[in-house]
Design a protein around this ligand. Structure first.
Ligand code: 5GP
Length: 168
């Protein structure tokens, strides 16, 4: 396995941006008690740091999706909270084709959520296949594969503090 290459986003830049996102979300979600629905595994550092910076009262939950034997996306581990009537803020590490998010937004709506919005740390719009509104974007990045700050290659490098470019 290759070593990660150049740093694309430094720890401090990431932290400052997350702080700004938290301020924005605080304003938009005041008195709405949102649930930060976090897509595992890649988003768990981002969700934790965003949650810690937020002042607005909120809860956190998690879900995992996986492809079944026919290649269809399925929810593997559903959230434990009841999403009916809740304001759901989906927390993603990176939106690429948008297919994962498209599926999850649909799933959350079917659970009866009052609202569903998306917050992603990274957006790679070049590879987008389905168009979907993203309310909060940390950084728009060029079409590169990235690792670190939760993002992996074969489950490794999630623990890196900076986000690096990775070339297989
Ligand atoms: P999408 O369904 O939008 O194509 O893919 C989203 C998921 O693919 C992300 O949640 C992430 O797990 C993975 N992914 C997409 N691009 C990258 C990348 O550049 N680096 C890493 N580590 N994962 C990525």
């Amino acid at each position: 396995m290759n070593e990660p290459k150049d740093i694309l986003l430094e720890k401090q830049v990431i932290e400052e941006r997350i702080d700004a996102l938290a301020r924005q979300i605080d304003q938009d979600y005041k008195d709405k008690n949102p649930v930060l629905l976090t897509l595992l595994k890649g988003s768990f550092y981002f969700a934790a740091d965003l949650s810690k910076q937020m002042q607005a009262t909120h809860s956190i939950d998690f879900l995992t999706v996986a492809h079944d034997s026919t290649g269809m996306l399925k929810v593997r581990y559903p959230p434990t909270s009841n999403l009916k009537g809740r304001h759901v803020l989906l927390i993603e590490d990176i939106v690429d084709s948008g297919l994962t998010l498209h599926y999850i937004v649909d799933y959350v709506k079917k659970q009866g959520a009052k609202s569903v919005t998306v917050c992603t740390l990274l957006d790679n719009p070049v590879r987008r296949l389905v168009n979907l509104p993203i309310s909060y974007i940390g950084f728009t990045i060029p079409d590169v594969y990235v690792v670190g700050y939760g993002l992996d290659v074969n489950e490794y490098y999630r623990n890196l503090s900076d986000i690096h470019i990775y070339e297989p």
